[in-house]
Structure formats: structure tokens, C-alpha cells
Design a protein around this ligand. Structure first.
Ligand SMILES: Nc1nc2c(c(=O)[nH]1)N[C@H]1C(S)=C(S)[C@@H](COP(=O)(O)O)O[C@H]1N2
Ligand SMILES: [Mo]
Length: 512
């Protein structure tokens, strides 16, 4: 049959054609997802498209996404992609009314594009092309079937009914394939059992206790230790890596005397330690919440590196996760700090999968993107003038020590307060240096010394409170910290890009 056999009045109505093509696009995704669940979960067309978008999102947009959607940025991405796909499908549908072969071919061609993108993923194997290709074949067939059928049966009667039945069949098939892919994928990837069976190693020395003087119980004030459920999560993974302890290996190589590979059996014979560290994201805005403190259990990176013997010319540890993310950490920052860990536990339990199970890096004093690789499987000793990591390739700074920051937690923004004594409080951090003082200013008044909670270490944040005798009116409260070198936190406002935000946090409140 050629397109000439379709006379205008036999054609699907535009809306029907657009719906048909959307169902066909759904078939690409559903069938692709099912095939991926079996051959290579990361190669599901939806994840490939998402990961490609994530990797090529300009930094201003990535930062805006985090600012607008917080850690819902991945949901926002999924919705945006869904909308774009419906629009593209609708256009293909309109084309299909005139030339169904061309439209089906176009859909197949898009499948080839997605297959190529899959092959470009950092951890792809040739198999990664298969899901998109099979999915596109199924989608093209579905489109052809949907658009030809009504034309073929036109004049014989139940055109509309035939179309709707076919549409229902295609939609149900696509949904069933997608759901089956999800179930199979989740079953194959279920590492909950592996995680629950993991008994954390006994530590040689427990982390120093957090005393009540370090963790003031002021309502609304950030707790010293962040409950794991509230700990911020930032990563590029649309699909959480699933790595059992039996599958996990850490290879240490590059500029070393002898390459070594460790597995969990080796780790069991090693000395585990605990350290309490405040982790901070470079994308944190002034006053933002992308920072958290946890007690991590793991193995000293200094000891692991010593076994490999870094060469004198090495100055960077390029760590790589199982899903291809990389971070470039100054070797000196790790060698100089016994609290730099290959962590396997967080707040007394195995690392949650979203925080890097079964193992991740934690290095005090550095933003997460240059140090805190989750699902880490590879450490390459190299040099900053030879290698670059994921975010550095996207313009972020290669060197990224944490900047001094302070935040007001209470009172909340635009709070209505009674006059008289009001507790103002928050946290301040300057990892690697420590917080010496915190000062608060009301409107243009003098800077007043806040009361600091007891310090835990220079690598953790510190709570502060200040008692304010609030007077009626609208007031701006401002905070700044002084680090242990005596340097006052700068008031110069800079955005997170390229090496962390600066500026004083302020809050406006009304006193009646
Ligand atoms: N594999 C992997 N590790 C990663 C990232 C990532 O995208 N992939 N993001 C880093 C960034 S930017 C930060 S701030 C920390 C956040 O760790 P968390 O999610 O456990 O809080 O993880 C780091 N480790
Ligand atoms: Mo980050």
C-alpha cells in the first residue's frame, strides 16, 4: 500500500493521529524499559535521555533547577522530558496522517539516536544500544498499525471503534511492558537484602560523643547531627546504582608503586574508624540547606593509599563511581587528614543506597563534588594538570575547599513575633578551619556576639544562639561567622558557580 491509497477523508483526525503517535512513543519507552531491565538497566531509553540531558544541562540551569525545585529537581526533569516527548510525538502524529511510512521511519530514526546516546554513556557496553533499537522497532510498528488500520477499514464501518481498540491494545501493551520492566529491574536490582545483611565493622575508636553542649535543643534550630532521612541528597543518578558488597571492588591505580584492588573480604581484616563530618554541597545558596552532619564509619583513605604507594608527582585522586561520575580530590587534603574515609556506614547503619551503598568517599573540608564520590569503585592517582572530573569539565572549579558560611534557622522568614526576648539561632561552618565566633546584626545596629555551642571539631558545623530583645516594627536580622584564623565571612554576594556561594544570610521578621 502506498500513501496515495489514503484519501483525505480516510485519514485519522489530527487529534487521533497525535494520540496514536503518543501511544507509539510510549511503546518505545515501555518496550525499551523492559528490554533494558534484562540486558542493561541503565540503557532504558528514558534514563539514557535523562542522563544525557543532566550531563548537558548548562550550569546556570542546573543551579536554577536546584534553586527552584530543591532536591525535586529530578522530578522536574522527568516532567519536562514527558512534555517534550508528547510534543514531539504529536508532530510525528501529524506527519503520519500524510505519510505513515515516513513517520514510522522518523520514530525508528529517533530510536537510533537514543541508541547512539546510550553508547556514549560513560559505562556503556555495546549491549546498551539494544533497548532503544528494539523499543523503536516496536514503536514504529505500533504507529503504522494504528494509523493504517482505520484507513484500511474505512468504509467498512467501525473505523472509530477499530481505532480505539487498537489504541487501547497499544497503550496497554506499552504500559504492561514498562511495568514489567520496572518489576524485573527492581527485582534484579534489589540490594535491600544485601544491605540489611551487612553488619557494620566494629570501630577501633568510636567517634567522640556529641554532648548536650554541642547540640542545644532550641526549637527550630538545626540539630548537630542530621537525621539520615533529612540528609540532603545530590547526585546525577536518575536510577540509583545497585551494587552488592560481593560485586563491589575498589581499584587503586595510576601513579602508584603497586596497583591494589580491595573487596569487602579485605576490608573485614582492616581497622575501621568513625568520624563525624559536616558534608556541604557547592550548590548551596546563602542560607540554604544542602549541608548535613553525620557520623561516618569506614576505612582511612590514608591507609589504603599508603598500601598502593602514591608516586611523588601525584597530586590528585580521581575517584570514579560505578555510574561514571568522577571527582578530583587534592591528594594532600586526604593524606593530611586521618578522618578522610572510604565510608561504609552513616549514623550507625550501612550507607543508604542513595548515599552511596556499599561505599563512598568522605573528605573533610571539601565540597562534595570534588571529594564525596558515592558508589565509588575506582581511585586513580593522577595530576590536576592531566585529568579533570565531572563538574570540572562543566566549568566548576577544580579546587573547592568549603567556604565559611552561617545561617539563621530561627526565627523563620517573615515570622510575626511578640516584642521582648526572642531566641535567634542557627549553624555556622568553616570546615578545616573551625568557627571562632558568630555575630548577629539587627538592621544597621552594631554586630553582636552570639553564644556558640561547644565545638565538636574544626570539620563540623557549630550551633549558635543570640538573645534578642525585639522591638516593634519590621527588622532585618543578619549573621556572619569568623573562622578560627580570624577571617570574617565575606559580605560579597556570589552565586554557587564556580566554587561556592558567599555573602551574609539575612531574614526579615515583624515584631508587634
Ligand atoms: N556517584 C556520585 N557521587 C556523588 C555525586 C554524584 O553525582 N554521583 N555528587 C556529589 C555531590 S555534588 C555532593 S554535594 C555529595 C552529596 O552527597 P549526599 O547525596 O550523600 O548528601 O555527593 C557527591 N558524590
Ligand atoms: Mo554538590
Amino acid at each position: 500500500m502506498t500513501r496515495d491509497s489514503t484519501t483525505p477523508d480516510q485519514r485519522l483526525r489530527p487529534t487521533a493521529a497525535m494520540v496514536a503517535a503518543t501511544a507509539a512513543a510510549g511503546t518505545v519507552l515501555g518496550v525499551g524499559h523492559l528490554v533494558a531491565a534484562v540486558v542493561a538497566p541503565g540503557a532504558s531509553p528514558f534514563f539514557v535521555l535523562g542522563a544525557t540531558v543532566v550531563d548537558h544541562t548548562p550550569k546556570w540551569l542546573k543551579d536554577s533547577a536546584i534553586r527552584w525545585f530543591g532536591t525535586n529537581d529530578k522530578l522536574a526533569l522527568a516532567i519536562t522530558m514527558g512534555v517534550v516527548m508528547v510534543i514531539v510525538a504529536a508532530l510525528i502524529g501529524l506527519l503520519a496522517r500524510r505519510n505513515v511510512v515516513l513517520a514510522a521511519g522518523l520514530l525508528g530514526g529517533l530510536g537510533v539516536v537514543v541508541a547512539s546516546l546510550a553508547l556514549l554513556r560513560p559505562v556503556a557496553t555495546p549491549l546498551w544500544a539494544v533497548p532503544a533499537l528494539v523499543g523503536a522497532g516496536a514503536g514504529a510498528a505500533a504507529l503504522y498499525w494504528l494509523v493504517r488500520r482505520p484507513a484500511a477499514t474505512a468504509g467498512t464501518g467501525p473505523t472509530r471503534r477499530g481505532f480505539l481498540l487498537t489504541l487501547a491494545a497499544v497503550t496497554a501493551g506499552a504500559a504492561a511492558a514498562g511495568a514489567a520492566g520496572r518489576i524485573i529491574g527492581n527485582r534484579i536490582r534489589d540490594i535491600g537484602a544485601d544491605r540489611s545483611a551487612f553488619v557494620l565493622p566494629r570501630v577501633a575508636a568510636p567517634a567522640a560523643p556529641v554532648t548536650p553542649e554541642m547540640d542545644l535543643a532550641v526549637p527550630g534550630l538545626t540539630r548537630f547531627r542530621t537525621p539520615t532521612a533529612d540528609f540532603y541528597r545530590i547526585d546525577t543518578a536518575l536510577q540509583l546504582p545497585a551494587l552488592t558488597r560481593a560485586q563491589w571492588r575498589l581499584r587503586i591505580h595510576g601513579l602508584v608503586d603497586r596497583e591494589i584492588t580491595v573487596d569487602f573480604d579485605d576490608l573485614r581484616d582492616r581497622t575501621a574508624v568513625a568520624s563525624t563530618i559536616t558534608l556541604t554541597c557547592v550548590s548551596n545558596e546563602v542560607g540554604g540547606t544542602l549541608a548535613g552532619t553525620a557520623t561516618w564509619v569506614g576505612y582511612r583513605l590514608t591507609e589504603l593509599l599508603a598500601e598502593a604507594g602514591p608516586a611523588p608527582e601525584a597530586d590528585m585522586i580521581l575517584s570514579r563511581s560505578v555510574d561514571g561520575f568522577t571527582a578530583g580530590t587534592p591528594l594532600a587534603a586526604v593524606l593530611g587528614n586521618p578522618d578522610a574515609l572510604l565510608a561504609v556506614g552513616m549514623n550507625g547503619v550501612p550507607l543508604p543506597v542513595e548515599h552511596g551503598y556499599p561505599a563512598r568517599m568522605i573528605v573533610p573540608g571539601l565540597y562534595g563534588y570534588v571529594s564525596a564520590t558515592k558508589w565509588v569503585i575506582d581511585l586513580e592517582l593522577t595530576r590536576f594538570d592531566r585529568a579533570s572530573a565531572y563538574w570540572t569539565e562543566r566549568g566548576w572549579a577544580a579546587q573547592a575547599p568549603v567556604k565559611t558560611a552561617s545561617r539563621i534557622d530561627v526565627p523563620s522568614a517573615f515570622a510575626q513575633l511578640p516584642r521582648g526576648p526572642v531566641v535567634v539561632g542557627g549553624v555556622a561552618w568553616a570546615q578545616g578551619r573551625g568557627v571562632r565566633a558568630v555575630e548577629v546584626q539587627v538592621d544597621d545596629g552594631p554586630w553582636e556576639r552570639a553564644t556558640l555551642a561547644a565545638a565538636y571539631s574544626i570539620d563540623t558545623w557549630r550551633q549558635w544562639t543570640w538573645s534578642w530583645n525585639a522591638t516593634p516594627g519590621t527588622h532585618a536580622l543578619r549573621v556572619r561567622a569568623v573562622d578560627a584564623t580570624g577571617t570574617v565571612q565575606t559580605d560579597v554576594r556570589t552565586p554557587p558557580f564556580p566554587d561556592g556561594a558567599t555573602g551574609w544570610h539575612s531574614r526579615v521578621v515583624t515584631v508587634r
